[in-house]
Design a protein around this ligand. Structure first.
Ligand SMILES: CC(=O)SCCNC(=O)CCNC(=O)[C@H](O)C(C)(C)COP(=O)(O)OP(=O)(O)OC[C@H]1O[C@@H](n2cnc3c(N)ncnc32)[C@H](O)[C@@H]1OP(=O)(O)O
Ligand SMILES: O=C([O-])CC(=O)C(=O)O
Length: 370
């Protein structure tokens, strides 16, 4: 047996949802640069689920469905109020999404049409859950979703309790487009492994949230912000980063399993970070981030990934760092569910092998003789 640690370079499935070839990311054949510039998140989700950009009537129907499904069950809100206020937000999200299944009578209906509806429902309800968790943590009442708002607008509205400004809505919407799917990343793979046992879509998304939480994956965006806070000032960037490199510690938000010459999403987030800073008249976070990039790329040859500049973007939108990875989940649930639907279409249980390296030929000894 040849063991490839971390399955690097192993092709584990075919997929027609997104691809990364020569550093170019596409969703259903559309370049991410084109989508980031022109598409809304709702159009992007439709594209991932159904394989084509929606016509006007299809997009309007999807928006209506997302609005209609956005409310979450009252008993779930009551349960969320019982979670410890200082619980990890991704752990709370993982519990709440698992809980959603209990209130969906069609949770175990494995027909394509029922699963498509559940994909749209999960997409609609996860932003409501994240906003409710954020408010409950602050001792505030959750705010009900507003019909007719986009996902980005509704999320900021439910978080802040007031109509969000259009610059913030556009920035968040673009962020959601950029994070929506990414081939066979760890959380998508976790979701596909789960549903390949013919378990339900809620189980798949719950597994995926658990995998996204880790700091080597989606959790890196929160870790980047923690690092920026620890550094504190532009002047401290260089000594801080040099110290980390000397101790051979990882710098969060840098490096990637697939991209070796840079993540095509990072430049969009970098631009957004610069523009938001300039608009607010405070470019400190952007300037610090650029300096970190200079040092890491110069010294290690590592480039920023999608998580690096998203930290300063979200902070400049007034969002707490505990919500960064949940926001990633708000976007990525579109990709996870597209992959889950694809897995069901042509399923085989995913069950690789392990090379055994443990003890052999052990003889049982009764407990009293050990
Ligand atoms: C949405 C996303 O999931 S994007 C990724 C988010 N994660 C992060 O930003 C966390 C920081 N980055 C990392 O830990 C890694 O680069 C990963 C997890 C993204 C990729 O991991 P792998 O493909 O296994 O790369 P691996 O860890 O083997 O790195 C190769 C070399 O680069 C080094 N390296 C990789 N990333 C970093 C980093 N961020 N800081 C310092 N060194 C790094 C490794 O230490 C290793 O060096 P070595 O060969 O001397 O041991
Ligand atoms: O693909 C990966 O390994 C991680 C990543 O960038 C993502 O999930 O967006």
């Amino acid at each position: 047996m040849t063991v490839i640690k971390g399955l690097e370079g192993i092709v584990a499935t075919t997929s027609s949802i997104s691809s990364i070839v020569d550093g170019v990311l596409t969703y259903r054949g559309y370049d991410i640069d084109d989508l980031a510039e022109h598409a809304s998140f709702e159009e992007t989700a439709f594209l991932l689920w159904f394989g084509n950009l929606p016509a006007t009537a299809e997009l309007e129907k999807l928006k209506r469905d997302l609005s209609d499904f956005a409310a979450i069950p009252e008993p779930l809100i009551a349960q969320m109020k019982l979670y410890p206020k200082d619980a990890n937000t991704m752990a709370a999200l993982r519990s709440a999404v698992s809980g959603l299944a209990l209130y969906d009578e069609a949770a175990d209906d494995m027909s394509r049409s029922a699963n498509e509806i559940k994909a749209v429902k999960l997409q609609a309800q996860i932003p409501t859950i994240v906003a409710a968790l954020a408010r409950i943590r602050q001792g505030l009442e959750p705010i009900a979703p507003k019909p007719g708002f986009s996902i980005a607008e509704n999320f900021l509205y439910m978080l802040r309790g007031e109509q969000p400004d259009m610059v913030s809505v556009k920035a968040l919407d673009t962020g959601l487009v950029l994070h929506a799917d990414h081939e066979l990343n760890a959380s998508t793979f976790a979701g596909r492994v789960t549903v390949a046992t013919l378990s339900d879509i809620y189980s798949g998304v719950t597994s995926a949230i658990g995998a996204l939480k880790g700091p080597l994956h989606g959790g890196a965006n929160e870790a980047v912000m923690r690092m920026l806070e620890e550094i504190g000032s532009f002047e401290n960037v260089e000594p801080y980063i040099r110290g980390k490199l000397a101790r051979r510690e990882k710098i969060m938000g840098f490096g990637h399993r697939v991209y070796k010459n840079g993540d095509p999403r990072a430049k969009h987030l970098m631009k957004m970070s610069r523009e938001l800073g300039a608009m607010k008249g405070d470019t400190k976070l952007y300037d610090m981030s650029v300096k970190i990039e200079e040092l890491i790329t110069g010294q290690k040859g590592l480039k920023p990934n999608v998580d690096f500049y998203s930290a300063s973007v979200y902070t400049q939108l007034g969002i707490d760092r505990e919500l960064f990875t949940p926001i990633f989940a708000i976007s990525r649930v579109s990709g996870w569910t597209a992959h889950i639907l694809e897995q069901y279409e042509d399923n085989r249980i995913i069950r690789p092998r392990a090379e055994y390296t443990g003890l052999v030929e052990q003889k049982y000894v009764p407990v009293t003789e050990r």
